[in-house]
Design a protein around this ligand. Structure first.
Ligand code: FES
Length: 511
């Protein structure tokens, strides 16, 4: 084939049409696997969604190439209007019209996806379903309007694409049924983000804008934040929190409660606390749509471990990380949620969760019951991992009922911990620059590191948020924080110097 070949545009037109059909089918199949969450068991959903967007974008480019080359083809000689108007072409008017309609549906699906965060989710979903119709219309268009339909290569491609679409549809129906039955499932290995962790100096702070606000319960304000530079947000996993740097200079941590696959936004819910030291009060009183805030990259000290079954227990605003966990699980995963609070009025997302997962969610509002929930009678099977987030009283009750090692907690406030030994002076050496500092018996280790110019960041300074995490290469820390269990910290070889100290005379840190 040469540039002077009279069939050149025909070749390009047919090739781009077949490629477009293949890419659109692949995009729909990929979308089905994503929506059924089958793909989410293998890796993080963010890049899987990026692939979905990339494949459908490429499909549209091929469609446009197909349309342009149809106009250039010397045999068909279609005009602009004939290509863009259904029944505008005298050549096989019905099949061509199906292709033109499919093109407009495709534009609607792609356009709505580009502004999906500005559209009501139900509306976006409804438009997105048009992609199924698009693939069907494209199949008929290709089968009835193509000039090489009978060729063996064409047949193989057509059977493959139609077979793929049918298989994905069957999978979708099967998974939906399976989820409804809520049967027990095989062990799922969730994405891991433990090691290496983000070291504090690498924590990225970005300017973000509040794109929407709204109350999701009494005194619970939902904020949606988007990056001002419009770049994708870092990948995060359920259980992660971000730090808001408030205009007053205060820093506050909030668990992410949105979809981990959404790289364009962070969703948080802020409870107005009764004795607010200024953080939640300031947010409730002064943060509005359009406010700009500096926000840290997500940190995660409350990750999902691989398990056959999950029991989630949330108290009050502790539902926020749990909600992200629930929504990240494959549809067939076995889980239950016990959600306790003072009243349904004050329980964020209670109605939504109960409606979506009626067989799995137990709401216990104190004003509806005379008795407290008896956690001492909680039955936890050997295959269940328990994730609990809420006030200290709830964590204490649950920890009495659940064997150590199977309970994972996240705290809002630090537990009061006494040092096992009297405070003493100790040396801290740094592996990367051979310097050393001395922490006096009355001094705070994080203060000493900061004053010595070491690259370590503090935020809560109470041993709760995990921002100040450093790696310990040698020596024995005296853990006094409430971020992770001491066993986990020792396994990971980390400590939190805002409250912790050393048992040994010297610590060597990876700084
Ligand atoms: S600064 Fe929050 S744990 Fe140390």
């Amino acid at each position: 084939m040469t540039l002077s070949d009279p069939h050149l545009w025909w070749y390009i037109s047919r090739a781009s049409a077949l490629l477009a059909w293949a890419l659109l089918t692949l995009s729909v199949v990929w979308g089905i696997l994503l929506s059924t969450r089958l793909l989410r068991r293998v890796d993080n959903p963010s890049w899987l969604q990026d692939i979905h967007r990339f494949v459908s974008g490429l499909g549209i480019i091929m469609v446009l190439l197909h349309m342009v080359t149809l106009m250039l083809d010397g045999w068909l000689h279609l005009s602009f209007a004939q290509v863009l108007l259904p029944w505008g072409s005298s050549y096989r008017p019905l099949p061509v019209a199906l292709g033109v309609i499919a093109f407009y549906l495709l534009i609607a699906v792609q356009g709505s996806s580009m502004i999906m965060h500005r559209l009501p989710r139900k509306f976006w979903k409804a438009v997105h379903y048009a992609s199924y119709a698009t693939v069907v219309l494209v199949s008929f268009h290709a089968g009835l309007a193509g000039t090489d339909v009978g060729s063996p290569g064409y047949r193989i491609l057509a059977y493959t694409l139609i077979g793929l679409t049918a298989a994905a549809t069957v999978v979708r129906i099967a998974v939906s049924n399976r989820a409804r039955a809520a049967t027990k499932a095989e062990v799922w290995v969730p994405p891991r983000d433990r090691s290496p962790r983000v070291s504090p100096p690498e924590i990225d702070a970005r300017r973000m804008i509040v794109t929407s606000t709204g109350f999701v319960a009494e005194n619970v304000l939902h904020l949606r934040l988007a990056p001002l530079d419009r770049r994708d947000l870092p990948v995060w996993y359920p259980g992660a929190h971000i730090t808001l740097n408030l205009p007053s200079g205060l820093e506050r941590q909030y668990s992410l409660c949105g979809d981990p696959g959404d790289r364009g936004h962070y969703d948080i819910a802020v409870l107005l606390t009764e004795n607010s030291a200024g953080g939640s009060l300031l947010i409730h009183e002064s943060v509005v749509q359009g406010s700009k805030l500096t926000v840290s990259s997500p940190l995660n000290h409350f990750e999902l471990e691989p398990a056959r079954d999950y029991l989630f227990i949330a108290g009050g605003i502790g539902i926020t990380p749990i909600k992200a966990m629930i929504e990240s699980l494959p549809a067939a995963r076995s889980w239950r949620l016990i959600y306790v609070g003072r009243s349904r009025r004050t329980m964020a997302f209670a109605k939504e969760l109960e409606k979506r997962y009626p067989a799995r969610v137990l709401i216990h509002a104190s004003d509806e019951h005379h008795a407290r929930l008896a956690f001492d009678q909680l039955k936890v099977s050997d295959t269940t991992e328990v994730y609990c987030c809420g006030p200290e009283s709830l964590l204490a009750s649950v920890s009495e009922a659940v064997p150590v090692g199977r309970l994972h907690v996240e705290r809002f406030v630090p537990v009061t911990r006494e040092a096992g030994i009297p405070n003493h002076e100790f040396r801290v050496r740094f592996s990367r620059n051979k310097r050393e500092l001395t922490v006096g018996a009355e001094e705070n280790m994080l203060d000493v590191l900061e004053a010595g110019g070491m690259p370590v960041l503090g935020s809560c300074r109470k041993g709760v948020c995990g921002t100040c995490e450093v790696r310990v290469l040698d020596g024995t820390p005296e853990h006094l924080d409430s971020v992770l269990s001491d066993q986990e910290k020792d396994q990971l070889g980390v400590m939190y110097p805002c409250v912790s100290r050393a048992r040994s005379a010297e610590l060597v840190l990876d700084l």
